[in-house]
Ligand binder design. Structure first.
Ligand SMILES: Cc1ncc(COP(=O)(O)O)c(C=O)c1O
Length: 362
């Protein structure tokens, strides 16, 4: 009998390795490896979670109605055009499954968020990476790689791990160059950190175009990464498709409850944003002063380049930081072996990482 085998493509997947969270033998590690909220969850969200614990024997509202209404009110979107997911990762997977399959191509930019490639492989589609220009999505290069087999284009805006973003005009140009039957997914996971006039989350495009969706998350500024909560906004026919393919209770009751409370806690959101606005430029400046390449970022992390292209310095720096209880993210899986990605933390954490890198460089 033939041995049991998964579908073609599955064994090509290198399982996603998240940002390291522990160092053996250390209790107080500084975790700057997963772009989480520096200041933690909203106290209002944790209080709501505690209050919800006595009813966890009940199934959640499968339609996440109250949460969708709260998101709709906050972001001025129609709750009927929102689908919530177990993190935006789940929404990315559902979109892939619903709109692409074996023989189809899924397009993204070379240093785009890793999940696009992994999810494409998981459904048997062909991942296609367009080259970037200066670690930024190159609209022309993306459009040049669209073929009759392209079914979906994924753009993280801003992108993780590069921290760069496409302006409203660039995003509009990308969309204008795509055929109507190609889905454009604008992944705005870090949108809440950005205060630039020429930036767009993609919400207006998702509002008016039949082939655009915007994904968002509660894992970053809202500080709820452990609960797994994301949402998507798009045209009614895509929403209908996603409701057919999602699990009936894909978002836990605790995630829904905490999401609503976190949305209401404007003060906490402002603190997190202010922390980032203060420390991201500081971190970039300090790293540059050490002779490292701090790539311009609009998100809550900085991509740092080390001199040797083979990645030996970046690996050594990562090991050095880890020995001192600081976790940054090595970037080899993103095709950037000479880089580390450092999330913006609290004041003392940012100072600690710079101090240790100063010693390393010396
Ligand atoms: C660009 C981008 N999209 C999506 C995600 C996934 O977020 P979530 O926690 O909502 O699944 C991340 C997480 O790091 C990300 O960087």
């Amino acid at each position: 009998m033939a041995p049991l085998r998964p579908r073609p493509g599955i064994l090509e997947i290198e399982p996603y390795v998240g940002g390291k969270a522990e160092v053996e033998g250390m209790t107080n590690v500084v975790k700057l490896s997963a772009n989480e909220a520096a200041l933690g969850p909203s106290p209002k969200a944790t209080a709501a979670l505690r209050a919800a614990l006595p009813v966890v024997h009940r199934y959640p509202d499968g339609g996440a109605r109250a949460l969708r209404q709260a998101i709709g009110a906050r972001f001025d979107v129609d709750p009927g055009r929102i689908v919530c997911g177990s993190g935006s990762d789940e929404l990315i997977q559902l979109l892939m499954r619903a709109y692409a399959g074996p023989g189809d191509e899924v397009l993204y930019s070379a240093h785009g968020f890793l999940m696009y490639r992994l999810c494409a492989l998981a459904i048997g589609a062909t991942p296609v990476a367009a080259p970037e220009c200066c670690l930024k999505t190159d609209v022309d290069a993306m459009l040049a790689r669209v073929t009759s087999r392209t079914r979906a284009v994924f753009v993280a805006n801003p992108n993780n791990p590069t921290g760069s973003y496409l302006t409203r005009d660039e995003l509009a140009r990308l969309h204008a160059g795509l055929p109507d039957d190609v889905l454009l997914v604008i992944d705005a996971a870090y949108a809440e950190y950005i205060g630039r006039d020429d930036y767009t989350t993609g919400q207006e495009l998702a509002e008016r175009a039949g082939n655009v969706v915007m994904t968002r998350t509660f894992s970053k500024l809202f500080g709820l990464a452990a609960l797994r909560l994301g949402w998507l906004y798009g045209p009614p026919h895509v929403i209908d498709v996603l409701h057919r393919v999602r699990g009936p209770f894909n978002v836990s009751a605790l995630a829904q409850t905490a999401g609503i409370a976190a949305l209401e806690d404007l003060e906490h959101q402002e603190r997190e944003r202010a922390n980032n606005d203060c420390w991201r430029p500081w971190l970039a400046e300090q790293l540059a002063a050490l002779g490292l390449r701090a790539h311009p970022s609009v998100a809550n992390f900085v991509l740092v380049g080390f001199a040797d292209a083979d990645g030996s310095s970046a690996r050594a720096a990562s090991a050095w930081l880890e020995r001192h209880g600081i976790l940054a993210r090595p970037m080899a899986a993103y095709g950037l072996p000479h880089c580390l990605r450092i999330s913006v933390g609290r004041e003392a954490e940012n100072q600690a990482v710079v101090e240790r890198l100063r010693e390393f460089v010396a």
